[in-house]
Design a protein around this ligand. Structure first.
Ligand code: SF4
Length: 360
């Protein structure tokens, strides 16, 4: 295990909690002098490398995550890989068993010479808070000075908060992440309005991984649609969202799913809800069932997209187009009824299917 400053290199797989937490980890590890090595963006190879290690029923994000571990070992030559065990994020609020057991899964299925850095976050356990978790993250590197760890944690929060500020101001995920890790906070002023606004309800690892979700943000933008996600909401808004659905929070990612859906279901500016879940995900199927029921009661159109490694892009686009077309028609008929608006303002722009497929 690493003991010297020159050994302060840590590999971070671009999967799972990376999509929510990387700004923090970047600030934290950089402040302690670590060199951070990220795995490459997800490719077809990443998916097939990860899929080969587990049973078919395993959800796509876990397969992708394993593919990223392989990438770090074989391509980047990283020896220390950060695989946190995120058990519980608040008292009696737990992650799904696959997330909780991630280090064990990696240890058992990935062959190779590498160390797993596996701190445990379990806020349901007594005396287990963030600082204990952070100390466990760097103890294998011989870093034990709590003052240094706390100060690095502040830097982590600084980067994370900057990232959130830009996300909430409407910046794209990639841009906000890039700016935040470069220490910048840029707010773009935009007067752009779109005819259709939707809420995309899912986990970061499903929607911000461009391979897993087939660049859904670009596709929706090309259709003239604005997209709101959980990253534009505060924790309080998501908590209220969960309550408005009459749910009790048990799953850690309930905020991202039920909380986000509950919030946007009450928002009159949102024309429809799209959920994206992975095939075989137990917690999501329970939550989506309840979100659908409430969407029906609120007369808010909803599209449920399920992804796995076999999801074809053409079918994915067709379902998106059909849903957005329906939202345009619904909105146009309402506007025409209300104020006799000219028809062309709300003409669907969903003609991207052929051009996207032609590029392949
Ligand atoms: S919450 Fe669902 S998608 Fe996420 S790791 Fe667990 S089973 Fe997979």
């Amino acid at each position: 295990m690493a003991k010297n400053v020159q050994d302060l290199e840590i590999g971070i797989p671009r999967g799972m909690s990376y999509y929510g937490n990387y700004p923090f980890w970047h600030g934290f590890f950089s402040a302690l002098g670590f060199k951070i090595v990220l795995s490459d963006y997800t490719t077809k190879q990443t998916v097939s490398d990860g899929s080969a290690l587990v049973v078919t029923e395993t959800c796509l994000p876990i397969k992708i995550y394993l593919g990223h571990i392989i990438n770090l070992i074989n391509k980047k030559g990283v020896k220390n890989i950060f695989v946190p065990s995120l058990q519980s994020i608040a008292p009696k609020i737990y992650n799904c068993s696959k997330i909780r057991g991630l280090p064990d899964l990696v240890r058992n299925v990935v062959k190779g010479e590498f160390n797993i850095i596996e701190p445990t976050l379990d806020k349901s356990a007594k005396k287990q808070g963030l600082y204990e978790f952070l100390a466990e993250s760097v103890a294998p590197f011989g870093i034990t000075d709590m003052d240094k760890i706390k100060s690095a944690s502040k830097q982590g929060w600084r980067v994370y908060n900057n990232f959130l500020v830009m996300m909430r101001a409407g910046m794209s995920y990639k841009k906000a992440l890039k700016n935040a890790i470069e220490g910048k906070v840029l707010i773009e002023s935009s007067s752009k309005t779109t005819p259709i606004n939707i809420a995309l309800v899912s986990h970061g690892y499903n929607i911000y991984d461009e391979r897993a979700c087939m660049k859904i943000f670009d596709k929706l933008e090309a259709m003239g649609v604005s997209v709101a996600t959980s990253l534009q909401l505060t924790q309080e808004q998501m908590e209220e969202g969960v309550l408005s659905l009459g749910h009790r929070v048990y799953w850690a990612n309930e905020y991202e799913m039920s909380g986000t859906a509950g919030h946007y279901l009450k928002d009159n500016k949102i024309d429809g809800i799209i959920t994206v879940n992975s095939f075989g995900c137990g917690p999501d199927s329970l939550m989506i069932e309840r979100i659908m029921k409430r969407a029906k009661e609120a007369s808010k159109p909803m599209l449920v997209l399920t992804i796995d490694e076999h999801t074809g892009e053409a079918g994915f686009i067709t379902r998106l187009e059909a849903f957005i077309d329906m939202l345009y028609r619904k909105k146009r008929s309402k506007i025409i009824k209300d104020i006799s608006a000219p028809e062309y303002e709300y003409t669907p722009q969903t003609n991207i299917c052929e051009s996207v497929l032609a590029e392949k």
